[in-house]
Design a protein around this ligand. Structure first.
Ligand code: MOS
Length: 726
């Protein structure tokens, strides 16, 4: 049977009345032992009988046409089984969802790094050697690789808002700032390389891949290959990080499938680290002009946020830079807008917290600047501008504890800005607000109570390192009155009920709600068998009680399995209220007066994101976000060669993600909250909340320490040095 539910009205929290007591607890991930002992097999580790190896070949020009290549010569090399150069490699948009990509195929070249061929051989060494000897020839055309000077620029309507008169508000403001911030391109840089192993059984394709959103990835793959969806099975039980780069299928999957079909043997294609940097989606650079107008008490009368981003010609995705600016602060006069420069660089797409991750670097920096102009504490300025209702749409907010996060965070951190000197170091503090929109998506799951009193949760949901296995087991355990050790969770297989997937921080809420609903159905059946009302049923440690009855779960099941599907759908509450997770970041930094080096001494984040399902996995998500914040603030920058648009620092040695030595103790606190507008389990997304604003706290602290305002992220030594006295 199926328990179906559409989120059209606020939901009361059943999970606060259950008695197993496993929700919220900081439980270990159940798949942890498999991972640390090497028994969790990732896509690239698949070894099927007769499997052969494919290596992708990239274009080395920014724009033009593929004129030819020495494929015959390469085919004759030792071990080589085939050279594939197929128009279908790039049929689908890089950003998920089946449909045609504007930039397609291998004949026309739109960026340096575009995949143009796959060489398959018996061994990886043979394939790599042969691929290195494949020499394409091109007819080159003129390319535009610089977003600042690109001639082709779009201004998407969906990003435009003009409310009131911002120019007038600025002219009449008692205090104002008009500043431009820039952020560089970022790469998701997931630890696990993009990898696919494709095999066919007759008409049916099985792809072991590394993806975030399997039901969409299955549809994309079927669409690319021109075969029915039911002939495709995608398996991604373990994913070593995605951060957006695995939302949509990438060319290695399609290429592996095409080659495997042709050769009649399983084909493995693993991108090199350099290919990942040039072939999968990355985050655009941004140039953001922020205008803030305020009265003498620091009440905002106007907000302007206009940005320039880039993408390939006609790609529909553009970084939603102003996403949180729409709802975070008051201000009657508002102007938001975007320019999308069309350039010949690899496709841009979602990278962790698309929008807020970079938009709030600028907005929260500008708010700090306004606080300085007004001689106000930055927390007071923000608190004063928390709107009663959404400033652009006439709707209320759902649960929103922004002020509490700032106040309690400040207390826990020991908020006391003001520069002090320690030897050659200048020490200061900075803060920023955190905000990330909350989303949910359709999701399905099946939960089976087995005759022996254990349970099985099944869905094609993924765990990309976030803790999905843990939280889905906890939800089922809580609802069915079982310890988590009695709940098995199977994920990452498109033969299971289709889930929301891991994206937009909606996974836990959406997939979690589907598991909750399936369990609700099971509880109704159990109540009936026990002879009580569903509301009176209590399940704990394998025992059911209700009314005047009491029975062991196994007796109620009488040896048989009981299965239920849960089907969750977003509904009207998504439009009835502005939903977001909130928080506050605090950072203390030391800036070296001689070298300009910045060290983050400590960092703290306080968050309110609805019910927290697992205090340990949620904490890890927020810590990870804050580490990304340190990276955005100080080190991360993907560089493109201005001549041909190739990604220059295309490995983890040159693309500077923060490592342990860069990261101070990071404290994370969660405030107790339920969001009844979000979903039946009252959760909101946490995956991306921890990054949304984090880097701004670091740069605001640099200003507090030194009086140097860096508006060009990241604040590398040269930019800080320029402001230090000789
Ligand atoms: Mo996320 S950037 O939606 O994987």
């Amino acid at each position: 049977m199926t328990t179906q539910f559409k989120m059209d009205a606020p939901q009361r929290p059943l999970l606060d009345r259950t008695e197993q007591g496993v929700i919220h607890r900081p439980l270990d991930r159940p798949e942890g032992p498999l991972k640390v002992s090497g028994r969790a097999h990732y896509a690239a580790e698949r070894q099927l009988p007769g499997q052969v190896e494919g290596v992708l070949v990239r274009a080395t020009i920014a724009r033009g046409r593929l004129a030819g290549m020495n494929a015959e010569e390469v085919r004759a090399m030792p071990g080589v089984l085939g050279v594939f150069s197929d128009e279908r490699f790039l049929r689908n948009p890089a950003q998920g969802g089946a449909g045609e990509a504007p930039v397609q195929g291998v004949r026309e070249i739109f960026y340096h790094g575009q995949p143009i061929a796959l060489v398959v051989a018996e061994t990886l060494e043979q394939a790599r050697h042969a691929a290195a000897n494949l020499r394409p020839s091109y007819e080159e055309a003129e390319a535009q690789v610089d977003p600042a000077t690109a001639s082709d620029v779009d201004r998407p309507d969906k990003r435009r808002l003009d409310q009131g008169d911002l120019d007038r508000a600025m002219a009449e403001a008692r205090a104002s700032v008009d500043v431009t911030y820039t952020t560089p391109p970022h790469h998701s840089a997931a630890m696990e390389l993009h990898a696919s192993v494709a095999s066919w059984e007759g008409e049916r394709l099985t792809l072991h891949g590394s993806y975030q959103m399997l039901k969409y990835n299955k549809a994309e793959l079927a669409d690319s290959l021109g075969i029915p969806e039911e002939n495709v099975r995608v398996l991604s039980p373990f994913v070593g990080g995605g951060f957006g780069s695995k939302l949509g299928i990438s060319p290695e999957a399609v290429a592996a499938a095409i080659a495997a079909r042709d050769l009649g043997r399983p084909v493995r294609v693993v991108m090199t680290r350099q290919q990942v940097f040039s072939m999968v989606t990355h985050r655009t650079s941004t140039r953001q002009r922020i205008r803030l107008a305020a009265d003498e008490e620091g009440r905002l009368t106007g907000i302007g946020h206009e940005d320039r981003v880039y993408n390939l010609p006609d790609e529909v995705f553009s970084e939603p830079t102003t996403q949180s600016t729409h709802f975070l602060y008051a201000g009657a006069n508002r102007r938001l807008g975007q320019e999308v420069a069309r350039v010949n660089r690899a496709c841009t797409g979602s990278v962790r917290a698309p929008g807020e991750a970079v938009g709030m670097l600028a907005l929260e920096g500008a708010m700090d600047e306004l606080a300085r102009v007004l001689h106000m504490d930055p927390i007071d300025l923000r608190r004063r501008n928390i709107p009663d209702r959404h400033p652009e749409q006439d709707i209320p907010y759902s649960a929103r504890r922004l002020a509490d996060c700032m106040d309690q965070g400040a207390r826990a951190f020991g908020w006391s800005p003001g520069s002090r000197r320690e030897g050659e170091w200048l020490v200061g503090q900075g803060m920023a607000a955190a905000a990330r929109i909350n989303m949910v998506a359709p999701s399905e799951a099946r939960v089976t109570l087995r005759g022996d009193g254990t349970a099985l949760v099944e869905t094609d949901m993924t765990d990309i390192g976030t803790g999905t296995y843990a939280i889905l087991g906890q939800i089922a355990g809580e609802m069915l009155g079982l310890p988590v050790a009695s709940v098995d969770v199977r994920l990452g297989d498109t033969d299971l009920p289709p889930a929301a997937g891991s994206g937009g921080s909606h996974g836990a809420s959406s997939a979690g709600s589907s598991v909750f609903l399936a369990c609700q159905g099971l509880r109704a059946t159990l109540a009936e068998r026990l002879g009580c009302e569903a509301e009176d049923l209590t399940l704990k440690d394998g025992v059911a009680t209700g009314g005047n009855f009491r029975a062991d779960l196994v007796d109620l099941l009488s040896g048989g399995d009981l299965s239920e599907e849960g089907k969750f759908e977003p509904g009207e509450t998504a439009d009835d209220a502005s939903q977001a997770g909130y928080g506050a970041f605090f950072a203390e930094v030391a800036v070296n007066r001689i070298t300009g080096e910045t060290r983050v001494l400590r960092m703290l984040g306080t968050f309110a994101a609805g019910r927290i399902l697992n205090e340990k996995t949620a904490r890890s998500q927020c810590q990870g976000g804050m580490i990304w914040g340190i990276g955005a603030a100080l080190t991360e920058e993907l560089s493109f060669d201005p001549r041909d648009g190739h990604a220059v620092n295309d490995d983890l040695a040159e693309y500077h993600l923060p490592v342990n030595a860069d990261c101070p103790p990071i404290e994370v606190h969660f405030l107790d909250e339920r969001d009844e507008m979000s979903c039946p389990i009252q959760t909101k997304g946490v995956g991306e909340l921890g990054i949304s604003g984090a880097g701004a706290a670091v740069l605001n602290a640099i200003f507090d320490a030194t009086g140097i305002r860096v508006r060009d992220y990241p604040a590398t030594l040269d930019k800080v040095l320029a402001g230090l006295p000789d």
